[in-house]
Design a protein around this ligand. Structure first.
Ligand code: 6PG
Length: 262
């Protein structure tokens, strides 16, 4: 059964559908590399927030293997959208998966990787520590904290570890908060960036693939939803564009137009 079509979504420059997750990941890797070079040329550094989950692992491997030389890794600062409160050696650790896919293969200085210390106990200590570590925006007040935020979504429309109905969605005075009860597997406490912190970015890019995400995409991107965002991912903002890189399955509810790329 196809995804429910809600308001016949239209492809726009910010909503791009690809023939496969691989094609979407290659396009997004090119986009991230271009933004990184622009940021370094303009401000001497590139500050990126990386998403957890499985979907972006192919993107991270592409960035490591095909963009190793042209990417300004030496000027890059890496942050995390969220983390599971587990050891970095746990198979559930976003940092662990990201380190294996990307960080072990590129010359980013360890001191420029701001890891969420999910192993701290109680989990609230991990959230407090990241909230403190993030500190004030690095380029003074008013400037966006991040140049680019990469995110995914779950079938329920969560993003990072901001789950539907969770109090973390209302956090306004914190950069990072704890999420004692995750709304999706793995059901362990989490630490997540807050919506205002995600919004303190020059751009957000979502990478979404799979038929199990199609209904959420249809709800998030329907014109109606834009006016009344209910799902967490629909509430994500940036100072600039929020872009969607989708494979055909996740984009099943989009207006029928040619798919971009192979
Ligand atoms: C996490 C992620 C989460 C993820 C979505 C999609 O810690 O799980 O930050 O928000 O992006 O759950 O996960 P998949 O890419 O594995 O489908």
């Amino acid at each position: 059964m196809g995804a429910p079509v809600v308001g016949r979504l239209r492809l726009t420059p910010d909503i791009r559908r690809f023939g496969s997750l691989e094609a979407a990941s290659r396009a997004l890797a090119r986009h991230v590399s271009a933004r990184a070079r622009e940021a370094v040329a303009a401000r001497g550094s590139f500050r990126i927030v990386l998403s957890g989950g499985r979907t972006p692992l192919g993107l991270y491997r592409i960035l490591a293997r095909r963009h190793g030389a042209s990417f300004p890794w030496a000027q890059t600062f890496v942050y995390f959208a969220d983390e599971r409160c587990v050891s970095p050696r746990s198979p559930d650790s976003n940092y662990g998966a990201l380190r294996r896919a990307l960080l072990d293969h590129v010359p980013v200085a360890r001191k420029r990787v701001l890891r969420i210390r999910g192993e701290l106990r109680p989990p609230s200590r991990a959230a407090d520590a990241y909230d403190r570590d993030l500190g004030p925006p690095p380029r003074g007040r008013g400037a966006p904290r991040f140049d680019l935020v990469l995110l995914g979504i779950g079938p329920d429309g969560h993003t990072a570890s901001l789950f539907p109905g969770d109090p973390a969605l209302s956090a306004r005075d914190r950069r990072a908060v704890g999420v004692p009860r995750a709304g999706a597997a793995p059901f362990v406490p989490r630490v997540t960036l807050t919506l205002p912190t995600l919004a303190s970015s020059a751009e957000v890019c979502f990478l979404v693939a799979g038929a199990d995400k199609a209904a959420a995409i249809a709800r998030i991107l329907a014109p109606l939803a834009r006016s009344r965002p209910t799902l967490p991912a629909a509430r994500v903002r940036s100072r600039g564009p929020v872009r969607w890189f989708l494979d055909g399955s996740a984009a099943a509810g989009l207006q029928d137009r040619p798919t971009v790329g192979p």
